[in-house]
Design a protein around this ligand. Structure first.
Ligand SMILES: CC(=O)SCCNC(=O)CCNC(=O)[C@H](O)C(C)(C)COP(=O)(O)OP(=O)(O)OC[C@H]1O[C@@H](n2cnc3c(N)ncnc32)[C@H](O)[C@@H]1OP(=O)(O)O
Ligand SMILES: O=CC(=O)O
Ligand SMILES: [Mg+2]
Length: 360
């Protein structure tokens, strides 16, 4: 039996919930208005949880349709044994040839990871994965039958970028109507970290000037495990040995407006440890994280989605900023803190993520 005090409390909670909903709607409308004219508010698809599925494993491949990971990477590289590489390529190719769910996805949900550029394995990957069967091609658009996004591991020099673009371009030269191929490179060697700026600039300029924007550099992935092996570090739970590499990669990617995907958490049964590392990565500025098991997806997505409190904070701040600008104040106090233009930009970043997630 609920007491009068209890009922009154319930009633007040209900009222404040409705008030919150109304307030949120009003503020969301305001933020849409504020952000819709903003050129920096470009929103692409989300990459909070990027799930690897070994391309040679038929059973796991069936799971790509049941996971709600933002991006599924069908792997031909390190998740596949050397004697199963051919099988992996064939199985992935078969999905693009036959499955409408894979064919109809327009952005990067179903991606592939090829082997490192300048290797025979990568040449073979490109040859098979980007070669739809001719009888299927007769009745289908080429854009439905090719991977829309590829992940390119161990990218250490700009020479590898040139090799990759040349190979892809050769393979695709007969398809004039090809729209665009999104690319993620991996930073996972010490030399790759040293050459990062050169790699990014080469990829951006080659794509634009030589290949007519056919290839779109979407972002980078931090291959922490290979990186640890390369610098001869020992992996620790709090990943302090990777701090410099993670921060450098974030700064370069954000400098060029690219996505940046954080390290794998290989202890896949430890969801609490995963949560801590996801939240750390999210606070550092990563766009998302690699996951290796479907059980990791929810924790990861939650950490890379702004909480209700953060969204409220951002919406309220944007409204307050708008009002203070009109009254001529560039700096003001909001919830006890000094707010000026950088805080507005941070608030808009939060809404950008919300927009991306809504697009999914
Ligand atoms: C450093 C890097 O390069 S990371 C990228 C390369 N590595 C990988 O791709 C590894 C991907 N992950 C895996 O292969 C697996 O998750 C493993 C080997 C770690 C563990 O696999 P399992 O022992 O099968 O795990 P578990 O028994 O908990 O799996 C539960 C279910 O999820 C499925 N599953 C597990 N991992 C995956 C996955 N990555 N993708 C799709 N389904 C999966 C299993 O097939 C199983 O299905 P079932 O319930 O129908 O039998
Ligand atoms: O490819 C991923 C890694 O951690 O290495
Ligand atoms: Mg790796």
């Amino acid at each position: 039996m609920i007491s009068f005090r209890g009922k009154a409390h319930q009633f007040l909670t209900q009222i404040s919930f409705y008030r919150f909903q109304l307030e949120s709607k009003r503020l969301l409308h305001l933020s849409n208005r504020l952000c819709s004219n903003d050129a920096s508010f470009r929103v692409s698809y989300p990459t909070r949880a990027v799930l690897y599925v070994p391309g040679s494993d038929s059973k796991k491949l069936t799971k790509i349709f049941t996971t709600n990971a933002d991006c599924v990477v069908m792997d031909c590289e390190d998740g596949v044994a050397l004697n199963k590489k051919a099988e992996a390529r064939e199985k992935i190719r078969n999905l693009y040839d036959t499955d409408e769910r894979v064919q109809n996805n327009t952005e990067g949900k179903f991606a592939v990871r090829i082997n490192p550029a300048e290797t025979d394995l990568a040449s073979e990957d490109i040859k098979i994965l980007f070669n739809p069967k001719s009888d299927i091609l007769k009745n289908n658009s080429i854009n439905n039958l090719l991977p829309k996004c590829i992940f390119v591991p161990k990218t250490s020099t700009s020479q590898e970028v040139k090799w990759l673009f040349e190979n892809l371009n050769n393979q695709l030269k007969n398809y004039d109507d090809l729209i665009k191929l999104n690319l993620f490179f991996y930073m996972e060697t010490a030399i790759g970290l040293i050459n990062l700026n050169d790699i990014i600039k080469t990829a951006l300029s080659l794509s634009k000037d030589k290949y007519n924007s056919k290839f779109n550099l979407e972002g980078f992935v931090f291959g922490s495990d290979d990186f640890c092996a390369d610098i001869e570090a020992t992996r620790t739970k709090d990943a302090f040995e990777l701090t410099y590499a993670r921060q450098k990669l974030i700064a370069y990617c954000k400098g060029y407006k690219l996505k940046v995907i954080d390290m794998v958490y290989i202890d896949f049964k430890d969801l609490e440890g995963l949560r801590v590392q996801c939240e750390q990565g999210s606070r550092m500025g990563f766009t998302g994280k690699q996951v290796i098991h479907p059980g990791q997806v929810d924790v990861c997505q939650q950490a890379f989605t702004p909480s209700k409190e953060r969204i409220d904070w951002a919406l309220g701040l944007i409204e307050a900023f708008d009002q203070h600008q009109k009254s001529g104040a560039g700096a003001f106090t909001y919830k006890g803190q000094m707010i000026d233009m950088p805080s507005l930009l941070q608030a808009k970043n939060i809404l950008k993520i919300v927009e991306k997630v809504k697009k999914n």
